[in-house]
Design a protein around this ligand. Sequence first.
Ligand code: GNR
Ligand code: NI
Length: 181
Amino acid sequence: MALLEILTWPDKRLAAKSTNVDQVDDEIRKLIDDMFETMYFAEGVGLAAPQVGVTKRIIVVDCGVRESEESSPLTAKEPLAIINPEVTIQDGKIAWEEGCLSVPGYTEEVERSAKVTVTGLDREGKPITIEAEGLLSVCLQHEIDHLEGVLFVDRLSRLKQEMAKKKLRKQMEEEARDRAV
Ligand code: GNR
Ligand code: NI
C-alpha cells in the first residue's frame, strides 16, 4: 500500500477527461487499495483516480465514516470501489454543502440529483448496480464529475465561482509566503 499525492486546484490535470478501464487487473486493484489508503489518510469520504494523477475511470467512496446517524438502505456504509461508473437513473433535487480534497479550505452548497442509480464494475470486474440517496448519492455524483474533469466549484454560479477562485488564490499566496519565511 502507498499514500498517493492529491492534486489541487488549479492543476490542469484535474480538468482532463478520464478514460475507461478495459481490463480490471492487479495493477488496477493496487491503485484502488492505494486510493482507499489515501482517502482515509486525508479524511475524505470519496476519491477519484484523476485526483491522484491517474486519468482512469475509477472512484472509491466510504460514506459510513462520518454520517453514522443516517440509516437508509440507500446510504451504503461499506467502502465502495466502482470502475467505469455511470449514472443510469436520477431523480429529484438535493442541495448539499460540498467540499473537495482537491479544493482544500473551501466549501459551498451545490444542487444535484437527490437519488441516483450508478452502474459499473467492482474490483473483480463484475457488473454492479448501486442505488443511492443522501451523502452517498451526492458523493457518487461528485466523484463521477471528477472523471469528466469537473470540480464542484464548476457547478456554482459565475459570481460564486469568481469568489471561490479569489479565496483560493489568496490562500495559495499565503501558503507560499509562509513557506518563504
Ligand atoms: O471528503 C469529501 N467530502 C465531501 C462532502 C460533500 C460532498 C462531496 C464530498 S467528496 C470529498 C472528497 C473528494 O474530494 N472527493 O473527490
Ligand atoms: Ni472531490
